[in-house]
Design a protein around this ligand. Structure first.
Ligand code: SAM
Ligand code: SF4
Length: 346
């Protein structure tokens, strides 16, 4: 696509606005599909292999695409995976991103196991926000969910984050038959730290394809349990409508709680997210079945022809233009995407 063609799409000059008027201001970049644990709602128990180094999008390419997309309206980048801290020298990427003017947030989602050792470098490099995933405070349940040991390392990571200048949140996922009982203890823990906790509904993105409605604990169900314990929650008026989380305060003002309910209350109409997989494919939705190959464009195998900024923008725009109105999880005939969560980037 030429620069002129890109300019004329939807009449939006170099903006990532789709057919439904949704402006894409948030980019999720997966930096690896590798992980040090094996959460049952995400990965298979055994993995035949992760992407080799040469198939990962290089840091210089990631920084280049982010620079182009910031010029097209992207304001926030979230690094994810797989486990992003498994990618060697991640702080080098953060440093490159922090040099991009106009980029307001550099965030990361992590399981926290490697965080205590890396946090100083990440903060120094310019990371601003961190989401830590924590589903239980019980080691046996941690093992049952993640098929690995190491809850203590996760808790050390959370403590390191809370003591750092980063904006910290905890993300929890409840599976009805596994860790429903952890809901209230997790909230007490987060409130003790003064950190916002958010509950994410289980989505059909597990590698085992074992997702079942009966295992999903809806945001409403969690909210009822929370209100029975703490009293009525007060909606946060400062919530950004494009954010997937509906945020609330506790009656005593300590901590905060959010509900991300893509299954029971889809938020597709305000979705502002574009995704880039670790192997360099643009995706317009977690549940999308189509991908747009950026790596082939930006790092051509023959290395002879360098693509232009207009080419990069054009590819991102082509991806955004094909985005559907909604993910359709609850529609009959819904098929989950071929790739599981850890391969897409959560
Ligand atoms: N490894 C990092 C972590 O766990 O935080 C980052 C990647 S992980 C895929 C990002 C988030 O996706 C985690 O908070 C995890 O709980 C969530 N997740 C994984 N599989 C999911 C699923 N099937 N449904 C809903 N959330 C899921
Ligand atoms: Fe790894 Fe995160 Fe998936 Fe758990 S949710 S297996 S930590 S990528």
């Amino acid at each position: 696509m030429s620069f002129q063609e890109a300019e004329s799409v939807n009449g939006n000059v170099r903006q990532l606005v789709d057919r439904f008027g949704r402006e894409h201001t948030s980019l999720r970049v997966s930096v690896t599909d590798a992980c040090n644990i094996r959460c049952r709602y995400c990965m298979p128990e055994t993995v035949s292999g992760f992407l080799p180094q040469h198939r990962l999008l290089r840091f210089e390419s990631i920084a280049r695409v982010v620079r182009v997309l910031v010029n097209a309206g992207v304001k926030k980048v979230r690094l994810t995976g797989g486990e992003p801290l498994m990618r060697p020298n991640l702080s080098e990427l953060v440093k490159r991103l922090s040099g991009i003017s106009g980029l307001r947030q550099i965030a990361m989602t992590t399981n926290g196991m490697l965080l205590a050792d890396q946090i100083a470098g990440l903060v120094q490099a310019g990371l601003t926000h961190i989401n830590l995933s924590l589903d239980t405070l019980r080691e046996p349940a941690f093992h049952e969910i993640s098929r690995r040991e190491g809850l203590n390392r996760v808790l050390e990571g959370i403590e390191a984050a809370v003591s750092s200048p980063l904006n910290v949140r905890i993300n929890a996922l409840l599976l009805r038959d596994v860790n429903l009982e952890d809901c209230l203890p997790l909230i007490h823990y987060a409130r003790k730290l003064g950190v916002v906790i958010r509950f994410i509904e289980f989505m059909p993105l597990d590698a085992n394809r074992a997702w079942n409605h009966s295992q999903v604990v809806s945001g409403l169900e969690v909210r009822r349990m929370v209100e029975a314990e703490f009293g009525p929650l007060m909606a946060s008026t400062s919530s950004d409508a494009s954010q997937p989380s509906r945020d609330y305060f506790f009656p005593d003002g300590v901590g905060g709680i959010g509900f991300i309910s893509p299954v029971s209350e889809p938020f597709c109409s305000t979705c502002n997210r574009l995704r880039l997989t670790a192997d360099g494919k643009f995706r317009n939705c977690l549940f999308g079945r189509e991908e747009w190959d950026l790596k082939g464009l930006i790092e051509p195998a023959d290395g002879l022809v360098e693509c232009s900024e207009e080419d990069i923008f054009g590819l991102a725009k082509a991806c955004v233009d094909k985005k559907y109105a909604a993910h359709g999880i609850s529609e009959s005939g819904f098929q989950p995407p071929e790739r599981a969560m850890y391969q897409i980037g959560g």
